[in-house]
Design a protein around this ligand. Sequence first.
Ligand code: ADP
Length: 316
Amino acid sequence: VPERKVAVLGAAGGIGQPLALLMKLNPLVSKLSLYDIAGTPGVAADVSHINTRSEVCGYAGEEHLGKALEGADVVIIPAGVPRKPGMTRDDLFNINAGIVKSLCTAIAKYCPHALVNMISNPVNSTVPIAAEVFKKAGTYDEKRLFGVTTLDVVRAKTFYAGKANVNVAEVNVPVIGGHAGITILPLFSQATPKANLSDEDIKALTKRTQDGGTEVVEAKAGKGSATLSMAYAGAIFADACLKGLNGVPDVVECSYVQSNVTELPFFASKVRLGKNGVEEVLGLGPLSDYEKETLESLKPELLSSIEKGIKFANQS
Ligand code: ADP
């Protein structure tokens, strides 16, 4: 098993801590680098006592960011501020956009070949921001930049299994589009195992998947947003990236990437992962009429989020 360094930026946060734990459990990781502006020494000491393969290093403060990133194969970015009740993902825009911009500037400098797994919201905009930062630095490779949409897939699988009364461990549901509200489009017409769900059921499942984040924000009632399920989803996606890097064949996950599957420059769909990151962006496959309509109606919002990201990156 090759040596692989994984860096988590924002590792002391609500997502970062359980993500650090889950990555410490991954046998494909040899070095786990935990970075945050504060609090990482404690998280790193704690996680480092777990008797698994990886060596754990904690870095706190911007002066240590270079060390944290040096030699990283995969960089996972949950850094930012969490969503509060009533706040949309877009409200987070200005704070998180600035954080992502500065972290990506450092990635371009210290580990330009790493696969970047973007979790910081709004992902629909932070991925285009990262792309612009890398372009300016001359390091952009569209095969190495990913918006993590795995939580949408995780939710779609769970909700589908509950409704269809099938074994959740066997369920597959592609989720396309973006990673906020109506831009999230689960393709339940392609879900396996097949189940005979009514149009109303499909609509309700679609809506619940789109509103999954809000469901958690409201249940936590002021104490944050999805962190545990997000960490799980982030760990699943990072594991897929590591398997791809290691040459495991047929690793396919949905992700928000540079794309020409639709007319939008960034779009989530199934992606085959390989030694250089994205090996192939897969097509959407056959859509139901409902999915075709929903796809058309999400495009304007997704495009405007992409443009907002590009504009932010180029003016500030
Ligand atoms: P979430 O629930 O989304 O994880 P938190 O606020 O709990 O939200 O965690 C976000 C983490 O990101 C915090 O630990 C915070 O210190 C960290 N963070 C904020 N700005 C930066 C930055 N510039 N670099 C690295 N980490 C950051």
